[in-house]
Design a binder for this molecule. Structure first.
Ligand code: URP
Ligand code: ZN
Ligand code: ZN
Length: 485
């Protein structure tokens, strides 16, 4: 009888720490051995010439979620996780989104009902908190954190979702006392609304004015404010989807002061620019997301920040709304102005190839940094490591076999989501995942999707390790414990 369920032979393994050659023995969905010359596996594959990495962890994506202006994402839990798996990602952390008046516990139940029968790979949930009532703050959040929902996203823009600064402070206080990571969508809502009103009054309606209504300083202000609020409460935060230089300056400033402020960026801020929003006709809408893509100079600053380690995670912020569909981007009609067009771009499947090709391939980041940014750091940050995001004994056998030389032209026709476009259409990349294992099961192999709906498991998250950082009180009065020192 074979010793292992699966043996991956001649693996050239890259982790966040190192690179080593070995065979990988998998038993009961976990990595059981990492050494050369392993004995037989019931199933064996030889990966000579390929790279072997932990499957990607995409910690920011929107799946079967209704947007703040009432549009459902094109992807459901099957198509989103299929697309992720075909792009080398084996764990996703989408959102269970509370709308005002909702019980968070009910919301979580509904998202599980959508995910359980359809997910192909494993998943956890962040909570979006838009209605921090006493019940939510005092009972639901503490209980949900204990059940493994240990991160929340809060919005400082979108009328339907945003919190006031005071509500944000309340959420930060719960995060500190109960042990959760707060992710912040940092844009100043009043600045955007004020600009949008004046743009529309002047008859300026096209997609490109989305970026004019949300200039970089809108993000800079909200980033700085978020850092200050988190400093007051003395709790770590993560600023999501950072788009350019001025927000990066704020994060760097905070990190240099020793504050626990983390940053996330996404492909759209490395590969798209505001000029893409000015494509003829309505085409610009395909590139509309918030914050908007900036200019080439900002792209360069984002690259530099990735290279010098400012960012902790590189996520897709996959927010898929179809272009040519009455239920998609233009649900409000083809004559919709920029405020009425659904915000978001897809990216689950191309996140890893884009960063590998332009980052590792062009010598901007090392292979180890690539693994850290796309898998290990997110797993660690959200309390899933070492189960996820690593190739180590005892970790889940979530493994991506990568052909570093494969050249691919990105087209929607080769992707596996439910979209009708990709904003990265025509881009040529070198390096593509050829095989993906989810807990030892093959879900993607040689251009064939082999996963099954329902085989993905829910992952309760541990307390994020950042929460155990040393306290850095701002005043003698601790506003969370009520103690005066
Ligand atoms: O434009 C975006 N990013 N849409 C998705 C929702 C969000 O704010 O992340
Ligand atoms: Zn956001
Ligand atoms: Zn998002």
């Amino acid at each position: 009888m074979a010793e292992f369920d699966l043996v991956i032979r001649n693996a050239d393994v890259a982790t966040e720490r190192d690179r080593f050659a070995c065979d990988i023995g998998v038993q009961d969905g976990k990595i059981a051995a990492l050494e050369s010359g392993l004995s037989d596996g019931e199933r064996e594959i030889d990966v000579e010439g390929m790279l072997v990495m932990p499957g990607g962890v995409d910690s920011h994506c929107h799946v079967e979620q209704i947007s703040s202006n009432g549009v459902w994402t094109a992807d459901d839990w099957f198509t989103a996780t299929r697309s992720a798996a075909c792009g080398g990602t084996t764990t996703i952390i989408p959102f269970a989104c509370q709308h005002r008046g909702d019980s968070l516990r009910e919301v979580v139940k509904e998202y599980h009902e959508m995910a359980t029968p359809k997910a192909v790979i494993d998943y956890a949930f962040h909570l979006i908190v838009s209605d921090p009532t006493d019940q939510v703050l005092g009972q639901e959040l503490p209980a949900l954190i204990k059940d493994g929902y240990t991160s929340f996203k809060i919005y400082l823009t979108y009328d339907a979702l945003m919190l006031t600064d005071r509500q944000f402070l309340d959420v930060l206080a719960v995060a500190r006392s109960e042990g959760a990571m707060v992710m912040v969508h940092a844009e100043n809502n009043d600045m955007i609304a004020w600009m949008a009103e004046r743009l529309l009054r002047a008859g300026l309606r096209e997609p490109k004015f989305h970026a004019v209504a949300r200039p970089m300083l809108v993000e800079r202000e909200a980033t700085h404010r978020s850092i200050a609020l988190a400093e007051l409460v003395d709790v770590p935060i993560l600023i999501v989807h950072v788009s350019g230089g001025e927000a990066i300056e704020q994060i760097r400033w905070a990190q240099e002061r020793g504050l626990n402020v983390y940053g996330e960026t996404c492909p759209q801020y490395l590969f798209l620019t505001e000029d893409d929003l000015d494509k003829p006709g309505l085409e610009g809408a395909k590139h509309m997301c918030s914050p908007p893509p900036r200019d080439k100079a900002n792209q360069e600053v984002v690259w530099k920040a990735l290279e010098d380690g400012l960012f902790e995670v590189f996520s897709s912020d996959h927010a898929p709304y179809r272009f040519d569909d009455p239920e998609g981007k233009f649900k409000a009609g083809r004559d919709a102005h920029f405020k009425q067009i659904a915000n978001g771009v897809p990216g689950l499947e191309v996140r890893l190839p884009l960063l590998f090709s332009e980052g590792v391939g062009k010598g901007r980041i090392s292979l180890q940094e690539f693994v850290a940014l796309t898998a290990t750091n997110a797993a660690r940050l959200y309390g899933l490591h070492p189960r996820k995001g690593d190739v180590a004994i005892g970790s889940d056998a979530d493994i991506t076999i990568w052909d570093p030389d494969k050249q691919v032209t990105i087209r929607q026709s080769i992707l596996h989501d439910a979209m009708d476009y990709t904003p990265y259409d025509g881009m040529e990349v070198t390096g593509w995942p050829v095989t993906t294992f989810s807990r030892g099961n093959i879900v993607w192999d040689n251009n064939e999707f082999l996963g099954k709906a329902g085989q993905g498991d829910f992952l309760p998250c541990d307390t994020p390790p950042a929460l155990s950082a040393k306290r850095q009180p701002v005043t003698a009065f601790d506003p969370v414990t009520g103690e005066l020192s």
